[in-house]
Ligand binder design. Structure first.
Ligand code: ADP
Ligand code: ADP
Ligand code: ZN
Length: 215
């Protein structure tokens, strides 16, 4: 199964990715997570990406496309993959098409998670991430058992620098301008699935899995 998760910032892509990845035995590939890991480790890529990410704008296509291209050739992608946060521009989507067709494969489904702007801001501003395992929580909608501590690994939770109201607003604008056109792009290819993201986390997850199974 080769799947792309599409949706505005804070829609719940990362949250849903874990369940999908487990259900279909495919790796979860999040370009945002890859950048955050590189920023944490202070790599050249991290240093380059950081200035864009903190401003709430997209990292240049060339940088992102190369990373994903490399990642898709790794062994664990043989039976499929789940892309989260990529592609985000039509240039990225075209490059992905080209790369996959070179490999003799294509995408099976693109899951588009729909959430209103007001909820997106609430979700992003309350988002907390584990500094050790990257698990995602929400102060109100998905709180950890112990405040500030990861349920899974006891790691400390932190708030992303780009999850302030101002930066989230900018990221939503960037989404509307550069990423939203991908909905039509994939709808025209007949592989788009629309999901109502304004439901409980479990409900959204069940709907995604049912639709990917083709039920
Ligand atoms: P994305 O990867 O699309 O940016 P996340 O999965 O990180 O989004 O979710 C953003 C925030 O919203 C997180 O704090 C998460 O816990 C919360 N969240 C995710 N799905 C839901 C939902 N269905 N209802 C309420 N909050 C949610
Ligand atoms: P969210 O889903 O909440 O927007 P991500 O973790 O997916 O967050 O992305 C965080 C930031 O990383 C984005 O705002 C952007 O600057 C950068 N980024 C992630 N993926 C891409 C991509 N495919 N193209 C360009 N920039 C990206
Ligand atoms: Zn953790």
């Amino acid at each position: 199964m080769r799947v792309v998760l599409l949706g505005p910032p804070g829609a719940g892509k990362g949250t849903q990715a874990a369940g999908i990845s487990q259900e279909f035995g495919i790796p979860h590939i999040s370009t945002g997570d890859i950048f955050r890991k590189n920023i944490k480790e202070g790599t050249e890529l991290g240093i380059k990406a950081q200035e864009y990410i903190n401003k709430g704008v997209l990292v240049p296509d060339e940088l992102v496309v190369e990373i994903v291209k490399d990642r898709l050739t790794e062994d664990d992608c043989k039976n499929g993959f789940l892309l989260d946060g990529f592609p985000r521009t039509t240039v990225q989507a075209d490059s992905l098409d080209v790369e996959l067709s070179k490999m003799g494969i294509g995408l099976d489904k693109v899951v588009n998670i729909n959430v209103d702007k007001e909820s997106l801001i609430q979700r992003a501003v309350g988002r907390r991430i584990c500094k050790d395992c990257g698990d995602t929580y929400h102060t109100t909608f998905n709180p950890p058992r112990k405040e500030g501590i990861c349920d899974k690994c006891n790691g400390e939770l932190y708030q992303r620098k780009d999850d302030t109201e101002e930066t989230v607003n900018r990221r939503i604008e960037v989404y509307l301008e550069q990423t939203k056109p991908l909905i039509d792009y994939y709808n025209d290819k007949g592989i788009l699935v629309d999901i109502n993201g304004e439901q409980l986390i479990e409900k959204v997850g069940n709907e995604i899995i049912l639709s990917l199974r083709g039920e």
